[in-house]
Design a protein around this ligand. Structure first.
Ligand code: FAD
Length: 468
């Protein structure tokens, strides 16, 4: 068996792994990355990117469909359209072409940085040695440091196993026909993003959520506009409802609901999005003495595991399972291994729900501020009073700023509204730089933009609201 020696071996080329490998190589560390599937991981191939492409296509199609209906708001623009149609195979082809461009891009970046890419499944032999298998060939890689970036996988429901009419987010992203009806089991962000997209493409969608509310991590103020939009789209939301099993002949999902007497929902397809779990199997965890906590690899502020020289980053280390957290951890580990004094010191990890409307959250929510015993104020500015929102025909939503009462330091910012994902950088920068409401209020915000909502919410926080 061939043996390779390297300073750093990264297992998994998702956003955590590939960023870590590129930065490490840039810092002069000899680096090998192993990937069993395509480079880019969940995010690029079956997650963030393809889902946002599908959401965009659904939005565009839905806009046209709305313009065919004279009673819709859109007709106020004076635009009308006749019988738009959808060729989903072309849509999926377009989505795949974006994924493929990004695959090539990441491959190119790794090569440019002189990272050696190995295609195959990595399996630990011990804390410094990994065997990579591809077909019947094996290569042994001996290294000084290892980064585990094996990501996560969708959780299934034993009575609704993935396959045939039961879809995971991965298979839902590659359908070639729009189902007449779809039940989405799980009202988290992935289920709602995809569910609303299929509703816009024309499916009759029902969301089945076990807990009392959808998007349980967000408060009711933030989720209300999403509820209203789902209602407009004809999506039925069934909370406190358990999905039991699926009957193929009847194409029916059996349910047990605390809120209604229905015992089944007609659904040509059932999309199960009830969460993701760390990928802890298949790479030889049992050969190591790693500490795990609640099903994730435990790490310290340097992303170091319980074994010296073994680091873990991204989804395999737990929540929040977000690509940008994985990337930031990847970069941090590269710096630590190169000898820099670096540790996890981020003030916030913004989270975006690409629902309709979108939700952004950075830093503390009012409930989190309360739980931490902060003395805080809340100031909101509605998009109803924002000229740009009006001109986009999307006045639903608001920006909300949570400040420390005594100092006006910004503890958290949330927003809900069409296109607010693009405000997330402004929110994170304010929190990361320790801004006070006065700082943002005194910063000139271009007009007319949705970001003026942030400035106005900050003006409100110091008692100087202007446009409300
Ligand atoms: C539908 C969907 C939408 C999403 N949307 C967003 C979003 O909008 N924004 C956001 O921030 N996050 C989003 N996410 C989450 C995001 O995709 C993940 O947080 C991110 O991909 C995690 O990165 P990672 O590097 O930890 O792991 P992954 O991206 O999961 O990559 C892990 C890689 O490791 C490889 N691997 C595993 N085991 C081995 C082995 N033994 N040998 C070799 N290779 C191995 C896998 O093949 C995979 O390529 C979404 C996820 C899904 C499913």
């Amino acid at each position: 068996m061939e043996t390779i020696r390297t300073q750093l071996l990264v297992i998994g080329s998702g956003p955590g792994g590939y960023v870590c490998a590129i930065r490490a190589a840039q810092l002069g560390i000899s680096t090998v990355i192993v990937e069993s599937e395509k480079v880019g991981g969940t995010c690029l191939n079956i997650g963030c990117i393809p889902s946002k492409a599908l959401i965009h296509a659904a939005d565009e199609f839905h806009k046209l469909v709305s313009m065919c209906k004279s009673d819709e708001n859109e007709s106020a623009l004076g635009i009308s359209a006749a019988s738009p149609s959808l060729d989903l195979i072309k849509t999926i082809h377009w989505k795949d072409s974006i994924v493929s461009r990004l695959n090539n891009g990441v491959n190119g970046l790794l090569k440019k940085a002189n990272v050696q890419i190995f295609q195959g499944v990595a399996r630990f032999r011990d804390g410094k040695t990994v065997i990579v298998s591809k077909d019947s060939e094996e290569t042994q890689i001996h290294c000084e440091n290892i980064v585990i970036a094996t990501g996560s996988e969708p959780v299934d429901i034993p009575t609704l196993p993935f396959g045939d009419r039961i879809l995971s987010s991965t298979t839902a992203l590659s359908l070639t026909e729009i189902p007449n009806s779809m039940a989405v089991v799980g009202g988290g962000y992935i289920g709602l993003e995809l569910g609303a997209s299929f509703a816009k493409f024309g499916s009759k969608v029902t969301i089945v959520e076990f807990s009392p509310k959808i998007l349980p991590q967000y408060d009711e103020q933030l989720t209300r506009p999403v509820h209203e939009q789902l209602k407009k789209l004809g999506v039925r939301v069934m909370t406190e409802t358990k999905a039991l099993s699926y009957s193929q002949p009847e194409k029916a999902l059996r349910i047990d609901s605390a809120n209604c007497e229905d015992t089944s929902i007609i659904a040509e397809k059932v999309l199960v999005t009830v969460g993701r779990r760390a990928r802890l199997q298949g790479w030889g965890l049992e050969e190591l003495s790693l500490t795990t906590e609640h099903g994730y690899i435990a790490i310290d502020q340097h992303c170091q595991t319980s074994m010296r020289g073994v680091y873990a980053i991204g989804d395999v280390t737990g929540e929040p399972m977000l690509a940008h957290r994985a990337m930031a951890q990847g970069e941090l580990v590269a710096r630590v291994i190169s000898g820099q004094s670096a540790s996890w010191d981020k003030q916030c990890i913004p989270a975006v729900c690409f629902t309709d409307p979108e939700i952004v959250s950075a830093g503390l929510s009012p409930a989190e501020a309360e739980a931490l015993g902060e003395v805080y104020s809340v100031s909101s500015f509605p998009f109803k009073a924002n000229g740009r929102a009006m001109s986009l025909q999307r006045e639903d939503g608001f920006v909300r700023v949570i400040t420390q009462k005594e100092t006006n330091i910004i503890l958290g910012i949330q927003a809900v509204g069409a296109g607010v994902s693009e405000l997330s950088a402004a929110f994170s920068i304010a929190i990361e730089m320790g801004a006070r409401a006065e700082d943002i209020a005194a910063t000139i915000h271009a007009h007319p933009t949705l970001s003026e909502g942030l400035q106005e919410a900050c003006m409100g926080a110091i008692g100087h609201g202007l446009h409300l």
